[in-house]
Design a protein around this ligand. Structure first.
Ligand SMILES: *Cc1c(COP(=O)(O)O)cnc(C)c1O
Length: 390
């Protein structure tokens, strides 16, 4: 029977070990074998990529992480999924595994700030050069491709500024020039967009966000196609970033309701966006909501849904008054990360980490995560705080 993904994420990984509806949390470093021969044959199975129920050593994972790998593999329609202790662990592995000395990488100008730090500060140590491309201009990307370009790293939509790119055009250019493509897909999750099915070689999600969904666990997933599997496997093993069984358990528990939660985030966000776009103090809502806009068209072309993260562009003479707007919100917590059940707001100054995004004078960005609270309460809270903006 062909099952829908909503069913798969609920039913996958029913435990055969303890008969509970959920997998057991298997914490282990040492794994015991009956004999040296059994150990050797197990190692051989792993080497040949045969299906296994457990690893030979805890660093590579446990029964619990294998269950999470299975679920994410279905979600991503991947050849294989690697798990890491944070989303950022997955991002850095992509660069370390896919590039080497002498290579060039092309990175969207609007990537998550720590990703930019890797390319600015870590990759030069290994003689890998980064060029940033304008996410709103495919010609700019094309003009920066050289014979040395090994990887194009895309984050879609862009961090904080939420530009949506014409992804298939990027893939076409990459294929033509024999370049590997990786996408950070944390915003949309593989429920709403599957990068590998479109033609990306690598798809990354911070499992800390919507997969876990409860702001109490961290993890990262890196899904690969056949072409990149061996390269990534090699580095994944040697760099030693491992997801614990406890975090894997929490992420599995979160993923069970990914579809239901995302639908609720989307419904709430639509209501909040409809309120925000009518506010005079808000110049623009950075979210795919205007049918005539490029961002909306590109979102519609690739995604089957939208999630709860957006930014508002505020025009105000006083930065202090925008900070006050954020501080006075009662239901929106101030803090990093997002994707949990709760609403968040944070002031971001991205002007120093962008080459292409042009800020006008007196423009301020506040990033908002719309949680699962009652939207009427959230709107009342926003309305109350907006009055502080001057
Ligand atoms: C949070 C985030 C990451 C990093 O994930 P962590 O789990 O916090 O390490 C990477 N990319 C994007 C787009 C993110 O939002």
């Amino acid at each position: 029977m062909k099952k829908s993904i909503s069913t798969i994420i609920k039913h996958s990984s029913f435990s055969k070990i303890n008969r509970s509806a959920n997998p057991a949390v298997v914490r282990a470093s040492t794994i015991l074998f009956d004999s040296m021969q059994e150990l050797a044959s197990h190692e051989k199975k792993i080497l040949l990529d045969k299906p296994i129920t457990h690893y030979a050593y805890g660093r590579y994972g446990s029964q619990t992480t294998i269950e999470l790998q299975k679920i994410v593999k279905e979600l991503e329609q991947a050849h294989h999924v690697f798990l890491h202790s944070t989303g950022f662990g997955s991002v850095s592995l992509a660069f370390m595994a896919l590039c080497q000395s002498g290579d060039e990488v092309l990175v969207g100008d609007n990537v998550y700030y720590p990703t930019r730090e890797i390319t600015e500060k870590l990759l030069p140590k290994y003689n890998i050069k980064t060029k940033y491309y304008d996410p709103n201009n495919i010609k700019d990307l094309e003009s920066k491709i050289t014979k040395k370009t090994k990887l194009i790293f895309v984050e879609n939509p862009g961090s904080i500024t939420f530009e949506f790119q014409d992804l298939i055009e990027i893939i076409k250019l990459a294929k033509k020039n024999n370049i590997i493509t990786a996408m950070d897909n944390t915003w949309g999750t593989p429920l709403y967009f599957k990068p590998l099915l479109l033609g990306f070689d690598v798809s990354i999600s911070s499992a800390t966000k919507y997969f876990s969904g409860h702001s109490d666990a961290m993890g990262g997933t890196l899904a690969v196609n056949k072409k990149t599997y061996s390269k990534v496997k090699f580095c994944d093993k040697l760099l030693g970033s491992r997801l614990s069984a406890d975090e894997a358990y929490l992420i599995i528990r979160g993923i069970r309701t990914l579809d239901v939660r995302l639908k609720a985030h989307y419904e709430n966000t639509t209501k909040i966006v409809n309120f925000l776009k009518k506010q005079k103090k808000i110049k623009e809502v950075l979210y795919p909501h205007k049918p005539g806009s490029k961002n909306y068209k590109m979102w519609k072309k690739y995604y089957t849904g939208a999630t709860g993260l957006l930014s508002v562009l505020i025009k105000a003479k006083s930065k202090a008054s925008v900070l006050k707007f954020v501080n006075k919100l009662e239901l929106f917590g101030i803090g990093y990360s997002w994707g949990g059940f709760e609403s968040l707001a944070i002031y971001h100054d991205v002007s120093k980490s962008r080459n292409f995004y042009k800020f006008e004078k007196n423009e301020h960005l506040v990033r908002i995560h719309v949680g699962l609270e009652d939207s009427k309460d959230l709107i009342a809270d926003l309305k109350n705080s907006l009055k502080y903006i001057k």
